[in-house]
Design a protein around this ligand. Structure first.
Ligand SMILES: Nc1ncnc2c1ncn2[C@@H]1O[C@H](COP(=O)(O)OP(=O)(O)OP(=O)(O)O)[C@@H](O)[C@H]1O
Ligand SMILES: [Mg+2]
Length: 391
């Protein structure tokens, strides 16, 4: 097979040729767009999932669909760590307004909204001046209180969108990086625009603890948003992720190869793409055979070990790495923190609590419930037991 044509896309935020298993999400999003267009209410969407399950590429796909429906979007915006709430929202507001102004005649409204955005960006602690031409509004979005100011900003944006008969879509990736206060402000502001039936929606994505963080920030967050956890693809969807990109070029797989790859990749989209890439590059003819799989298996595992798993492991300090290995030594998660402490060789769980915190901060682990921890990287426990066993 010609390497140049390789249709597989392992990586971060690389759009797959076949977006497998996401038809229900696309439909749900289309319903949201139609309902907001008609002045009805529909809950915004929050996607959660482990590393590499396809959160970012789903947001990218919904961005395309929104643009096709003539909505203004922020493009997919990643929240940094540490997060900067005001700068992130001010930038998104500018993108939406730029997007709307291209199709909009009411210049005055846009200018007013830009002035409000400028006030918003300047009002908070540690405000950074963004380059926004024109005036700065006073008395709107400039109180310094994130909840009030974001509500003001979203309402102004919603009014511009409504006046223009279009919707405005916020696409926020790595949303778990926002602190509790920012998440509370997001809940309040989106509730306010929905109460007024303004056509403003949010599609957010983050690691599994995003949902818990939102609920902790505002208990009504469970009713405000519609949540979906992305995980392994079902066997049928995993098969299409592997088989369809090659089929477009007339290349098939032996049935056993498909089954084995799905099992070894455990249905995770990123792993399926890695296998597909190496099989395509190695195989000389169709159908791709068990011999081809045997030949590339080591290459795939080495590549995952050094890139996907290794780079994440290296984010941790020596002591934190010890805690990760101790977790994996206990089998599959979630893990009781007391048992992790024992496996680590610590007296009690307090002795590892600062490592627990810093590993959560680095997004390497998360806490599904009090007293429990789990990896954010799929199959990380297998990797650690094989490559980084407890010393
Ligand atoms: N539905 C899908 N079908 C096939 N391949 C997919 C699908 N979703 C994602 N992929 C592939 O999986 C990989 C990871 O996708 P993506 O970067 O969107 O994951 P993510 O959940 O955002 O990960 P992270 O948490 O690390 O940011 C990419 O190589 C992408 O091409
Ligand atoms: Mg991502």
């Amino acid at each position: 097979m010609n390497k140049r044509d390789n249709p597989y896309t392992p990586g971060a935020g690389r759009k797959p040729r076949t977006l497998a298993g996401r038809d229900p999400d696309v439909e749900q999003f289309q319903t949201l767009v139609e309902r907001l267009n008609s002045g009805s209410y529909e809950r915004s969407l929050i996607y959660t999932g482990l590393r590499g399950v396809g959160k970012t590429v789903l947001l990218m796909e919904l961005d395309v669909l929104a643009s096709e429906a003539s909505w203004a979007t922020t493009d997919v915006q990643e929240v940094g760590s540490p997060a900067d709430f005001r700068v992130t929202f001010a930038r998104m507001a500018i993108r939406l307004l730029t997007n709307m102004s291209a199709r909009h005649r009411a210049r005055e409204r846009i200018e007013r909204a830009l002035a409000v955005t400028k006030a918003f960006s300047l009002a908070g602690p540690g405000a950074v001046e963004l380059r926004i031409d024109g005036e700065t509004a006073t008395g709107v979005a400039d109180s310094g209180n994130s909840e009030h100011d974001l509500t003001d900003l979203l309402e102004v944006l919603g009014e511009v969108a409504a006046a223009n008969n279009m919707g405005a879509l916020f696409l926020i990736d790595e949303m778990q990086n926002f602190d509790g206060g920012s998440l509370a402000a997001i809940c309040i502001a989106f509730q306010a625009v929905s109460r007024r039936s303004l056509p403003v929606a949010l599609v957010g994505a983050g690691l599994p603890d995003l949902r818990v963080r939102l609920l902790t920030a505002k208990p009504y967050a469970d009713r405000l948003f519609s949540y979906r956890e992305l995980g392994r693809l079902s066997p049928v969807d995993a098969r299409s992720a592997l088989v369809v990109p090659a089929a477009v070029f007339g290349v098939d797989f032996e049935a056993r190869v498909v089954e084995q790859v799905i099992a070894e990749a455990a249905g995770y989209p990123y792993f399926l793409q890695e296998y597909g890439l190496e099989l395509w590059n190695y195989a000389e003819e169709s159908p791709i055979s068990e011999g081809d799989l045997r030949a590339i298996r080591g290459v795939v595992r080495d590549s995952l070990a050094s890139s996907f798993f290794g780079t994440r492991f290296n984010l941790a300090t020596d002591a934190e790495q010890g805690v990760l290995s101790a977790m994996a030594s206990l089998g599959t998660g979630p893990y009781r923190i007391g048992e992790v402490a024992t496996a680590f060789g610590a007296k009690d769980q307090r002795a590892i609590s600062s490592y627990r915190e810093s590993l959560i901060e680095k997004d390497l682990i998360w806490s599904p419930r009090r007293g429990l921890v789990e990896f954010t990287v799929p199959l990380f426990d297998d990797y650690l037991r094989e490559h980084r066993p407890v010393q």
